[in-house]
Structure formats: C-alpha cells, structure tokens
Design a protein. Structure first.
Length: 365
C-alpha cells in the first residue's frame, strides 16, 4: 500500500493576558481568507494552505498549525505569528513553535536565483530571466514574490526560519532589501522565471535599480508565491498601471475561450504599450499619461468609471493593481457604486507615491 501523505504540524503555547480576545481577533481577521469556526474557547481557521486550531486557556493561547507540506505549514505559522504579534503588540508575547519546521532551517518558500538574461521590453520596462531550482511551487497559488535584493557590494545573506515562524534576518548591514514583484512567466521544467521591472524615477529604489543594472550571473532571492486569486467569471475587468501590466498579461494568458475581458492600462505614453494575448475576447484601452507623473493622474479611475458592465446575468470579476490613491478611489467605486461582493473583486495598491516598498500597503483600508 502506498504511504499516505503526512501532514506537517507544529504547536505553540503563547502566554497572553486576554487569550480569548486575541483568538477572536485572529478569527475575525482570517474570515476574509478562509473558513472560520468558533466554539466557545476553541476555534479553527482553514485557509488554502493549511489549518490553525486554537484553544484559549487561562493566561495562554494554545495553537496547533498544520499544512500539507513544509511550505504550507511555514505559511500558517508565519501568518498566525505576524497577526498575533500585531493584535497583542502591547504585551509583545513570546512565540516558540515546537514540531516540524524547526528554527534555523532554510525557509521552505525561499529560492536563490541567478540572472540569466535581460531584455528591454520598452523604454521603461526591462525583463529579467532568473534561473533557480525546484520552482514547482511558484507556478501556482499566487502571482507575486518578494524579491530579496542584496545590497550593493555586499555578499548575499538570506533569512532562515525563526523560532516564532517569521523569517530570522541576517544583521542589518547584510540584510537584503525586499520588494514585491510579479512572476510574469514561470517555466518549471527549464527552471526559469521572468520578472518585468518598471524603471521608474525616485530615490534609493533598490527594486528599479536592480532591474536597471542587472547582468547575467547576478544573485537575488525570492520568497513566495503570494497574493489573492482571480475567481472564475464570464466577464472580467482588468485595470492597472504599468506595475500591474505583468500581472494583467499573465492573467489574460490564463483566461479561457468564451470569457470576455475589458482591460484598461495606464502607461507613460504609446512607447510603453505591449502586445497582450488571450483566448478570451478582449476590449483593451491604453491610457497615456503623456507627461503627467505616475501616481498623479486620474486616468485609470476615470476609465474604470466609464466601463460598461454586462446587463445580463453573466458572472463578473474585477481585478485592479495601481498606485495607492487610485487604488482607494477604484476600490470604493467597485464596492459602493457597483456593489461588488468580496468574492467579485480584488483591488491592490501596488505602490504609493513617496513611500518605499511594502509601506505602500500598510495603511490601505
Ligand atoms: C503584488 C505586487 C506586485 C507587483 N509587481 C510589480 C512588477 O511586476 N513590476 C514592477 O515594476 N513593480 C511591481 N510592483 C510594484 C513595486 O513593488 C513598487 O513599485 C516598488 O515600490 C518598487 O520598489 P523600488 O525599490 O523600485 O522603489 P521604492 O524604494 O519602493 O520607492 C522609491 C520611490 O519611488 C517611488 N515609486 C515606487 N514605485 C514607483 C513607480 N512604479 N512609479 C513611480 N514611482 C515609484 C516611491 O513612491 C518612492 O518615492 C508590484 C507591487 C505589488 C504589491
């Protein structure tokens, strides 16, 4: 008889002054991402990658994390730890997981990658092809990765699994910069991924600088993949600026024949347009800023407001990625005016004027 696949498991007992309260807050948060069941002092959260079972005891929250593989378990531990430490920040509790995925081991969702090719797609968009091993997990379950970018002139040092489930980073001088990018193409057999970098203006900008200066042989880390998914529908709205163009291109390539997609993409000018292919019926409009700085126009928001939605009973899904101000305006339009449910839309701030990296998304409610 073939061996049954085993679940990977870990548990932690976390000292807290109000464990029931923290458990409730964790459950309320994860309702958006999975199935949550609460029964008195016990609860269970089921997400796409695994399960967390919790029991609020006197002065302590007992948590059991389970995943179908090492990465899934690591994601459960990481997401419980991050949110618990936020919700209980006043008492800064200690979390030490026992079981699979011990502290000090490599992060199972990390890969070291090497630049093998570069290509200028347009004047402000450059494609890097990265090669690495065992990339199967990056082909499904989310479009984006975190890029771990070694600092100039510093040998790369990567994070490992921390005792609390979060990555344990190398000391400050060696710590890589982290930026989020989309995997435009994943070829598991060849062991390659493509990432398209917007070469934008700004200070510092380790992401755009790496894209601009990269040469074959350069080393970079990736963790992931992550991000919400596009639900199956008959009709899609896909909208974004150039940073979302790689994601829109990849989503379009997956849409089936018979689907329809209305696509609105804001770019600097006509020199930044790219050829997009899909089996779905496409209505594409490119929106040119023509000299207006990125993040300073309302082109995308206006175009989304002007889209004609199906008037029959076809199912719809809206996907949007753009600068923070447009993100807020478009999300509120889709929710309040179009009355889309949470299952019918995914709107994400891809960057924010004047903010670095992931700080763009910290205050995005
Ligand atoms: C899920 C997700 C997927 C993404 N996928 C991609 C992708 O495939 N390709 C891609 O190029 N970007 C992508 N982005 C956006 C990218 O992560 C941000 O633009 C990021 O800030 C770039 O990092 P940086 O180091 O170049 O600049 P930072 O150090 O983060 O920022 C430096 C300065 O540049 C400004 N800035 C940042 N981005 C832009 C921009 N696009 N235009 C003008 N000014 C900017 C900032 O406001 C800041 O003032 C994605 C973001 C998310 C959340």
């Amino acid at each position: 008889m073939a061996d049954m696949p085993r679940n990977f498991e870990a548990s932690a007992e976390i000292m807290l002054s109000c464990p029931q309260d923290i458990m409730q807050r964790l459950c309320a948060h994860f309702v958006e991402f999975g199935a949550v069941a609460i029964d008195g002092a016990r609860s269970r959260i089921d997400t796409a990658f695994g399960t967390a079972s919790m029991e609020a005891c006197l002065g302590c929250l007992k948590v059991r994390a389970e995943g179908r593989d090492e990465s899934s378990l690591a994601y459960v531990k990481l997401s419980i730890a991050e949110h618990l430490l936020t919700f209980a920040s006043a008492e800064n509790p200690s979390i030490v997981w026992q079981g699979d995925g011990a502290a000090g081991q490599p992060l199972p969702y990390f890969r070291e990658m090497r630049v093998v090719r570069t290509e200028n797609l347009t004047p402000h968009m450059k494609r890097l092809t990265l090669a690495g091993e065992d990339l199967g997990r990056f082909a499904t379950g989310g479009l984006h990765v975190r890029l771990l970018l070694p600092r100039d002139g510093v040998a790369p040092a990567w994070p490992v699994t921390g005792a609390d489930g979060r990555p344990a980073w190398p000391e400050a001088g060696q710590r890589p910069d982290v930026r989020i990018y989309t995997l435009r193409r994943v070829d598991v057999e060849k062991g390659e991924v493509d990432i398209d970098f917007v070469l934008h203006e700004g200070e510092g900008m380790p992401g755009a600088r790496f894209g601009c200066n990269a040469r074959a042989g350069d080393i970079v880390g990736i963790t992931g993949p992550g991000g919400g998914s596009v639900a199956p529908a008959d009709w899609y709205l896909l909208a974004g600026d150039e940073t979302a163009l790689p994601a829109i291109g990849r989503i379009l390539e997956k849409l089936p024949e018979g689907a329809e997609a209305v696509v609105r993409i804001e770019v600097a000018d006509d020199g930044e347009e790219q050829r997009l292919t899909s089996r779905a019926g496409l209505d594409i409009q490119w929106l040119h800023r023509n000299g207006v700085a990125p993040g300073k126009s309302t082109l995308l928001e206006d175009a989304v407001r002007n889209v004609r939605w199906p008037e029959d009973d076809r199912s719809v899904f809206a996907w949007v990625g753009c600068e923070h101000k447009s993100f807020r305006a478009i999300r509120s339009y889709l929710r309040q005016d179009r009355k889309l449910t949470r299952q019918q839309h995914l709107v994400v701030a891809y960057w924010r004027c004047g903010f670095e990296g992931d700080t763009a998304r910290r205050e995005d409610s």
